[in-house]
Ligand binder design. Structure first.
Ligand code: DGP
Length: 134
């Protein structure tokens, strides 16, 4: 998509720090520079998010995420990773090209990467009956 910022990165029209690339996926440093090592993994085919992503694209993207996570922990001195994704504007997605945030973690690094939801508002049984896949 011509106007998609991540498609423009994939096409080399916008410079980025590329961490990994294969036929299906690209991974590059997040420009936000908000936490050390923040990486974005994206499919090369334009897909908005997990809701419109076909199985093969999703499988290949997650293989890339696994490969990068293994590299960070095996070769770069990290102990783990947080994987974050927002699918749809309602979930906080700001760039409408599917991406997985990879945050490399070290034991005791003090990074707070987990959302603080503030407590459920609806009865769990009622929600369960809404979301269960019958
Ligand atoms: P999200 O809010 O989950 O849609 O995250 C979008 C991320 O994309 C955000 O962390 C900043 C990053 N981002 C936006 N524009 C650019 C860009 O031009 N280059 C790079 N490397 N990252 C970008």
């Amino acid at each position: 998509m011509a106007e998609c910022i991540f498609c423009r990165i994939i096409n080399g029209e916008i410079p980025s720090r590329i961490v990994f690339e294969d036929e299906w996926s690209l991974a590059f440093m997040d420009v936000a520079n908000d936490v050390d090592g923040h990486i974005l993994a994206v499919p090369k085919t334009h897909t908005k998010n997990i809701l419109d992503c076909d199985d093969e694209t999703l499988i290949q993207l997650m293989k890339t995420v696994k490969r990068i996570s293994d590299h960070l922990t095996a070769n770069c001195g990290y102990n783990g990773v947080n994987l974050l994704n927002a699918s749809d504007e309602s979930a906080g997605q700001s760039v409408p090209h599917f991406h997985i945030h990879i945050i490399p973690r070290r034991t005791g690094d003090g990074i707070d990467a987990w959302p603080h939801f503030g407590g459920a508002k609806r009865d769990m049984e009622e929600v369960f009956n809404t979301v269960r896949m019958k």
